[in-house]
Design a protein around this ligand. Sequence first.
Ligand code: UD1
Length: 428
Amino acid sequence: MKKSKFVITGGNSLRGEVRVGGAKNSVLKLMAASLLTPEECVIRNVPRITDVEIMVEVLRHLGAEVEWDGEALRIRSGDFSSREAPYQLVRRMRASIVVLGPLVARWGEASVAIPGGCNIGSRKIDMHLKGLAELGAEISSEHGYVRARAPRLKGAQIILDFPSVGATENLIMAAVGAEGRTVIENAAREPEIQDLVAFLRSMGAEIEGAGTAVIEVTGPSRLSGVEHEAIGDRIEAGTLAVAAAVTAGEVVVSGIDPAHLGLPLEKLRETGVEVEERQDGMMVRGDGGYEPVNLATLPYPGFPTDLQPQMMVLLSLASGTSVITENVFESRFMFVDELNRMGCDIDIEGHHAIVRGVGALSGAEVCAPDLRAGAALVLAGLTAEGETHLLDVHHVDRGYQRLEQKLSALGADIARAGVDDEFNGGPE
Ligand code: UD1
């Protein structure tokens, strides 16, 4: 596989309509949930992105049969050849940890490689493990793997230290196989969790409270196969909305429930971007003159950390200084040096970014350090004067299906240079 880069010539206003794919952060968990039943599960609206391909590999490694059927995945987890998610897959995608809960629930044991460091901060799994222990699993760790064993999980009262998305999901899936009632307090409330619970309920699980901070699961239930359409990707939609704004364009983004983007759309309006919500998305129009705004990332319904880098590009164009506070991931400002190389004027003080508006950005050769920062650098390239060469776009491909094609269709001057074999087989 040859590495690819994006070559972007900034200055074109984006215009037209674009449809987002299914939510990455939902689909990965729906795939893990399919491990809970031997019957076939069909997940529709699945994006062809690297993270999904890695999860396909994880499920196949465990012995599941996984087939693509157009934009759907068919998964059948009859018997398992392994109860272990190996390091070579987990290190490529930390979210693989989410198979731990369903594996213990179904087979009474599982081991998953401990995810290593990552570019946006040390992401721990202590809450996942503490919760599983409270459900009666015996947790041990050796040789870089964490192992959970429980011949029978038992319902419990679990209070999370922080509304962790992954821990909430892992524990819901484990609790579905536990005997009796589990109450998860301080649970995460993200739309993707609501989608996972809808999926599990269609399978026959008894779960109440999704979308609130207290989720109750009564198990064990006999789970059957299910056919389910994943929700649209609110982060992809938000990225495209900011793309329209930074290029002073007018774009209709569809395939998404705008209610899932409540605060981001509000913040866009505060800067002066016009946003009109539609049933299946929104129209976003920008005129290029923006006001500074302050924002702080928080668990849902707070401002999503996954849209923080993109907003930083927009605020760099504002006529004044904005403060962005990052409360979810400790090192999520590492891309700021790259933005400053493109003419931004951003200082980091602890978990605050002081973003001083500059008139215009200038194209440069930059590197995508992670998925969302990569997306932000694409947006910076779209608005910058001259050419931007964005290296390491494999990070962007983890979560956006052919972003350059969606942007080109809206009038952007962006092309992928080099051949990336991994993507030659996917639907466009
Ligand atoms: C998920 C999303 C990611 C998003 C994040 C926050 C997926 C695949 N990824 O990640 O895109 O940015 O939610 O909205 O859905 N933490 C602990 N101990 C734990 C678990 C988490 O300390 O056991 C900390 C993390 O280090 C981080 C914070 O809690 O600082 C939030 O993490 P969490 O909500 O778990 O994020 P993920 O599920 O990993």
